[in-house]
Structures are given as structure tokens and as C-alpha cells.
Ligand binder design. Structure first.
Ligand code: MOS
Length: 759
């Protein structure tokens, strides 16, 4: 039996009473954000600040012949213009620039030499006493190029595809084939085969990439950077410029969204440091919205899926191939096809994943990288097969359900996907779905219902945490974690408060500073399983220290107790056998006679235990669309997302994560695509006017159901992480609903009205 978390229960406001795991809490940082007190990377006030504005390449490939800065330098207030032949020393070796998530290859080094390898590449940095002067002068920098022919079009370069040998963190190449998918496909009585295509998408967080480098008189640099990992950025800055670790501090206390774009240090960071080292002064560089389209993106991806089945729906063949783009410098890889070998029971599976080098910036992770494409194609293909079989799409998934990952020959640590299907279908009313397409209509709108499965990894990395309890009973826990708007501050404080039996107002969680105990980048939905487990671990150490001290207090009620026989609640430690008997933490602290006590803890994943299982989160997404028959416009009127992601620490912030994922899934389905002019090799719709993201008017009813699991293999908290699973499968459910509404199958995203009408 799986308990369902009620996401509709009243939400507590932080500050009062006993806190527990599983209690919905508003975000601690909410008031700071809505009142503007939370400062983002470009908002920190600095005395005597210089400003840097980036000049970007207008060609996609070639070399810089000349940069004429005469006119720019004549603008009043302009201090200098940095270029590849006029800049501070940087290390020339590529590996010096490798960050924690760098793929195979040589990371881009801004202003390193005269080579241009993609359109939008930064080629100069104008430094001035004011932003206005720098911006104006940037328009006056004259760059002449020797242009070379470029290739930016994936589909016309597919015969150049190669199998990547990348060892990027979190990436596994497709497993070897099992059985013979091609023979099984040829023999299958019912089959479906099709090609799928997804265009480029760019991250569009509210906060633009920015770095404020504050130079102390002794040369120490404190850098406020927009990043998903302060220590990752500190590492790269130190190595790129040969600066000792204690000369650079990177801070990111608040991040205005990132979605993966901040997993790698972006070029404005290195440029801002360069400016500061050159001027011996504090420098800020902030990118414009247009410049947000000049670095990594979700890669354009082509896929082919072939599915074979018996007449009763039993899958006999799965073949899934993908070809995606990468840059000329690096092999950016994602797990696109592997999911197809694990999600359903099938004996004959062949998976392939290849890359094509294009003259583009290296792509970068975007929420649920790989799965957003790969599971999409698989789940649309499964829907197509269900119609061939004349079988309900949900019944087809259940027919091929498995608790065993045949590609790794391992069981799942926990897998409540069946309960997700059942509870999601129930909540949606799936049983009332007519089997035939074009069977429901409301006025001029055709109504359709579609569903899809989602899957994502339940990852755990390693982290340290520190806990300091003061004599007044205030607890500060810290780790160099990041909160990209997901609720890290809140859930970490919640985990600590619940462990120590303290109200939330007595707990502060500090993050976003490279000098804090080591934490990984906030990526892969792993911060709760990783940093959260470190927080609980350090609190347990603190509990033990306090318990020992409590036993030594004069007349201690605990003199005969062991640690397992007490619990922490309401600011005190209590005997389990006699819950009215206890000692207040402040009194224990007073008995120690210390101003504070400190504990540190290193959380290492239990890899011996973990490697015996496949660890994943799952979802079942049900969706209703209404399609205007005349105009092909699609409204997603209802989504039910049933998610199994382990124990839910905070149903309020977790629900918000899944809603955000569903919104982006709808956006992937209907709105987002960056279009290139391949004659110029350049992205054209680099603004909010022409790059469509959904607004409130595009989003209707979203219902989130958590089917709770308790997975102590993934993490000591029982949690698995919820950031990315909310997106996976959503676009497929929309696509499948469009087919059910109209009888038209759209195999590329976004499914814009022209595509919906054209078929
Ligand atoms: Mo996420 S794409 O791992 O920030």
C-alpha cells in the first residue's frame, strides 16, 4: 500500500511550533524575495565599481582579423577594451577550465585567441565607469573577421554522427543490445516505427547571468555569481587565473532560476574576473536577455523509435536511436535512449546514441536533460502502438510493467509507478476515456485525453555539513549548497529542525558560499538526497554530543539511558520510556559552560548497498487538451501528474517543483524553440517577444499527486528528489492528447498550430 501525500492540506508558516518531515511549509526566503531584500548576483552594492559589457561575434566560424577599439575608447568613462591580445594572463591548457560537469573536450576559454567557433561568442569586454558608457562603447567596437564556412544544421549533417566516448558525470552510454530487436521487430505481428525531432531550447531564468567581482585592498576576490555551484565556480576561477584557493570566494546566496544553465561556470564569470585583475578594481558583468542565447542550450535532437508487439500488447522489440548536436570543442552528452531499455519489460532491445559536431556553443543540461527528449519519443511511440493494437494506452503500459531493470539486471530500490498510474487515472477520470480519436467535442474545440510515463534518476552525491548550536538554543547548519528557487533553504532548515526538535525560527541554514563545507552543484534533483542527508547526519552527531552532556548533568534522568532510548522535541531531549522526563537543550548547553558547540559530518553514499539497485523516480502524467478545429491552437486544460519520488520532505515546495515541471512540459510541447538562420549560423529569436514561454494565460488546471515511497537505499531520509521528474513525459502526454482530440500525430516539438493544422 502506498500512502498518498495530501498536497492540499493547510500550509504552515515558518516560525511556529514543532516541525516535522512531511509538513508543508512556505519558503523561508519568500518574504525576502517578494520585498526585494534578497540580492541577486548583479544587485550587490559595491563602492567604486567598474562595469563590463560583452561584445559578441557576428559570425559562426573563422578568425578575428582585427578589433578596432579607437571609437569605443574615446567614449567618456571608458577605461579599456579587453580582447584576445589585450587581457590579463590566463592558463592556456584546456583542462584548467574543467568544471565538475564538463564533458570530454576542451572547455571554451573566453578571449583566449583569435578563433571564432560559434556565433555569439564573446570577442571583447568593454570596461567603463558606468554601465551606460560601457554599453554605448560596446556598440562602437569594430570587429573584422576572416570568415570560414560553418555547419549549424543537424539534420543535414547526420552522416557525420559518431559515438561519443565522453565520461561526463552522470552519463552512461547506451547499454549493449539484448536479444535481437531487428529480427523481433520484423517478426512482430503489430509494429510501429517513426522519427521524432526536437529543436533547440534555451533556458530562460528570470535572473540573467551576472558576476559581481569585489576586490579587497589585499587582492582577495569575493564574487557574487549566478551559478548552481559556488565551489565549482571558485575552482575554475582559481585554475584559469592561477589564484590560490584563499584568494577567491564565490557566493550565490540567491539564484533567480537556472534549470541547468548554471551547472557550468558561464563566460561572464571569467570575463568579470579578467576585468577586475586588469583594473585592480571591482567589476560587474551582466549579460542581456539576448546574450542569454549565446551559451549552452538544450540540443537539437533527432530520434527514431521502432516498437514491436504481440497482438495482446506484449512488447517484443524496442529499437531507439538518437542523434544530437554538440560543439566543435566538447562532446556534450545526455542519457537520451537508455530509458527505453529499462522502462518496460522487453527481451529484444537495441539502443544507439550519436553526436554531430556543429559550429555552435556546447549544449548544456536543461531540466531533465536527455529524458526530456528520449522519454518523449518513447512515450509518443507507445501511444502510437496502442492505437495499432486497439488497446488503451494505459493498459499497454501496465501490460509491460516491470519491477526489474533488464538493461542492468537489477531490481529497483523502490518503484511505486503502478500506484502512480492507478491514482493518477482515478484522479483524472481516465476510465471514461473514449477509445477512438475525435470522439469528444465542445463547440468548435476537439477534446482529447492523453497520458505518458515519466522516469528520472534518483541520484545521491557526497557532501559535508556543519552544525553550530549556541548557548541560547539557536542552531546554524551550513553547507556550500545552492537554492536555485527550489526551496533548499526551507527544506534543509526543516530537516535540521525536525531532527533537533527545534521550531523553525531557532534554525538557520546557510548556503551559497564557497567557503562553507563542501557540497556538489545543485543538479540532477539530488540536493535533498545529498545535502539533506548530510544535514540530518550532522544533527545526529550533535544529538549524540548533547545526550552525552545531558547524562553528565547533576541529577540527570538519563544516567541509565542509551542514545536510542531518547528523542528530541520542543527544544529538549526526552526519555522514550517516560516522555514527561527531559532536559532542555539550553540547560544542557549551560551545563557545558560553552558559548556554542560545533559538529561536522561527511555524508558519503552507501555505494555497496546502492549498486545492488536501480534508483529512479517515476511519474504518470494524464492530460486533457482542447484543440480549435479551425486554427489548430491547443489549450492544455487539465493535467494530473502522479509522482513517486520517495519520501516527500515538504509537500508544498515539492508540489511547486512538479507544477513548474508540468508548466515547462506544456511549454516544450507547445511553445519553446530557438530557431537558427543557418545562412548566418545564428539564433534569431533571442528575446521574450519571439522565443515563446508560457504565461499564466497558457496554464490551466494542474493537479499533483505524490505517491509516497520510503527509500532508505537512495538516502537516509527516504527521499529521492523531485526537481526534474515533473517535466518528463508531460510533452508526450500533450502530444498523445492532441492525437486523441484530432486524429493527427505531431512528431516534433513544439506542436505549433501550423503543425497541428497541416496534417
Ligand atoms: Mo538540472 S538540468 O540538473 O540543473
Amino acid at each position: 500500500m502506498n500512502r498518498t501525500v495530501d498536497t492540499q492540506q493547510p500550509i504552515a508558516t515558518p516560525g511556529t511550533g514543532q516541525v516535522a518531515i512531511g509538513m508543508p511549509l512556505h519558503r523561508i526566503d519568500g518574504p525576502l524575495k517578494v520585498t526585494g531584500e534578497a540580492r541577486y548576483a548583479a544587485e550587490h552594492p559595491v563602492a567604486d565599481l567598474a562595469w563590463g559589457v560583452v561584445v559578441n561575434s557576428t559570425i559562426a566560424k573563422g578568425r578575428i582579423a582585427e578589433i578596432d577599439t579607437t571609437e569605443a575608447l574615446s567614449v567618456p568613462g571608458v577605461l579599456d577594451v579587453l580582447t584576445h591580445d589585450h587581457r590579463p594572463h590566463m592558463r592556456s591548457l584546456g583542462f584548467m577550465y574543467k568544471d565538475m560537469t564538463a564533458p570530454k573536450g576542451s572547455p571554451f576559454k573566453p578571449l583566449h585567441d583569435d578563433k571564432v567557433y560559434c556565433s555569439g561568442q564573446p570577442v571583447a569586454l568593454v570596461l567603463a565607469n558606468s554601465f551606460e558608457a560601457a554599453r554605448h562603447a560596446a556598440a562602437l567596437v569594430r570587429v573584422s573577421y576572416e570568415q570560414e564556412p560553418h555547419e549549424t544544421h543537424l539534420l543535414s549533417n547526420m552522416d557525420e554522427a559518431f559515438e561519443p566516448g565522453s565520461l561526463k558525470a552522470g552519463y552512461s552510454p547506451p547499454p549493449k543490445p539484448r536479444g535481437d530487436a531487428d529480427v523481433a521487430f520484423a517478426l512482430a505481428p503489430v509494429k510501429h516505427q517513426a522519427e521524432y525531432y526536437s529543436g533547440v531550447e534555451h533556458h530562460n531564468p528570470m535572473e540573467m547571468f551576472a558576476s559581481t567581482v569585489i576586490r579587497a585592498p589585499d587582492g582577495h576576490l569575493t564574487i557574487y555569481d549566478k551559478t548552481q555551484g559556488s565551489q565549482n565556480c571558485r575552482w575554475v576561477v582559481s585554475h584559469a587565473f592561477g589564484l590560490p584557493k584563499d584568494k577567491v570566494t564565490v557566493r550565490n546566496p540567491y539564484v533567480g532560476g537556472a534549470f541547468g544553465s548554471g551547472l557550468r561556470p558561464q563566460y561572464q564569470l571569467l570575463l568579470a574576473v579578467m576585468g577586475s585583475l586588469h583594473l585592480n578594481r571591482s567589476v560587474r558583468v551582466m549579460l542581456t536577455r539576448q546574450q542569454m542565447f549565446t551559451f549552452g542550450h538544450r540540443p537539437e535532437t533527432w530520434q527514431r523509435v521502432a516498437l514491436g508487439a504481440e497482438a495482446d500488447g506484449t512488447l517484443t522489440a524496442i529499437a531507439h536511436e538518437a542523434i544530437a548536436e554538440t560543439s566543435q570543442k566538447e562532446e556534450y552528452v545526455e542519457v537520451v535512449v537508455n530509458w527505453s531499455g529499462q522502462l518496460y519489460r522487453c527481451n529484444n532491445v537495441r539502443l544507439g546514441y550519436k553526436l554531430v559536431h556543429l559550429d555552435q556553443y556546447t549544449p548544456i543540461d536543461m531540466r531533465a536533460p536527455g529524458a526530456a527528449h528520449g522519454v518523449h519519443a518513447l512515450e509518443v511511440a507507445m501511444d502510437e502502438l496502442s492505437y495499432q493494437l486497439k488497446m488503451d494506452p494505459l493498459a499497454l503500459r501496465l501490460k509491460n510493467y516491470t519491477d526489474h531493470d533488464a538493461s542492468k539486471d537489477l531490481p529497483y530500490s523502490t518503484k511505486a509507478l503502478r500506484a502512480c498510474y492507478e491514482q493518477g487515472a482515478e484522479r483524472f477520470g481516465w476510465a471514461r476515456r473514449p477509445a477512438e480519436p475525435r470522439a469528444m467535442r465542445e463547440g468548435h474545440e476537439l477534446v482529447g485525453w492523453g497520458m505518458a510515463t515519466g522516469i528520472w534518476d534518483a541520484l545521491q552525491m557526497f557532501a559535508r555539513a556543519r552544525a553550530v548550536l549556541s548557548a541560547d538554543g539557536h542552531l546554524e547548519v551550513s553547507s556550500a549548497a545552492t537554492d536555485i528557487g527550489t526551496g533548499t533553504y526551507t527544506v534543509m532548515a526543516q530537516i535540521a529542525a525536525a531532527a533537533m526538535g527545534l521550531p523553525l525560527e531557532k534554525v538557520t541554514f546557510r548556503l551559497g558560499d564557497s567557503t562553507l563545507p563542501v557540497a556538489p552543484i545543485e543538479g540532477g534533483s539530488s540536493h535533498v538526497t545529498t545535502v539533506g542527508s548530510a544535514v540530518e547526519g550532522v544533527c545526529e552527531k550533535l544529538q549524540k554530543t548533547l545526550f552525552k552532556a545531558a547524562r553528565k548533568m547533576p541529577g540527570s534522568p538519563f544516567s541509565k539511558d542509551r542514545f536510542a532510548q531518547v528523542f528530541f522535541k520542543d527544544g529538549a531531549v526526552w526519555r522514550r520510556a517516560d516522555p514527561a522526563v527531559g532536559a532542555r537543550l539550553v540547560d544542557i548547553m549551560a551545563s557545558l559552560g560553552q558559548a556554542s558547540i560545533e559538529e561536522k559530518y561527511l555524508m558519503l553514499p552507501n555505494m555497496l548497498k546502492q549498486k545492488k539497485y536501480v534508483r529512479s523516480t517515476h511519474s504518470a502524467v494524464f492530460c486533457e487538451v482542447k484543440v480549435d478545429e479551425d486554427f489548430g491552437t491547443v489549450r492544455v486544460t487539465r493535467v494530473v501528474s502522479a509522482v513517486a519520488a520517495g519520501r516527500i520532505i515538504n509537500p508544498q515546495t515539492a508540489r511547486s517543483q512538479v507544477i513548474g515541471g508540468v508548466v515547462w512540459g506544456i511549454s516544450q510541447a507547445l511553445h519553446e524553440e530557438t530557431l537558427a538562420d543557418h545562412a548566418l549560423g545564428r539564433f534569431m529569436n533571442h528575446n521574450y517577444g519571439e522565443y515563446h514561454v508560457p504565461v499564466n494565460a497558457d496554464i490551466e488546471d494542474i493537479d499533483v499527486v505524490f505517491v509516497e515511497e520510503d527509500d532508505r537505499i537512495v538516502s537516509r531520509l527516504g527521499a529521492k528528489g523531485v526537481g526534474e521528474i515533473g517535466l518528463v513525459g508531460v510533452a508526450a502526454a500533450v502530444s498523445n492528447a492532441i492525437y486523441h482530440a484530432t486524429g493527427r500525430r505531431v512528431r516534433s516539438t513544439p506542436m505549433t498550430p501550423d503543425k497541428v493544422m497541416a496534417l
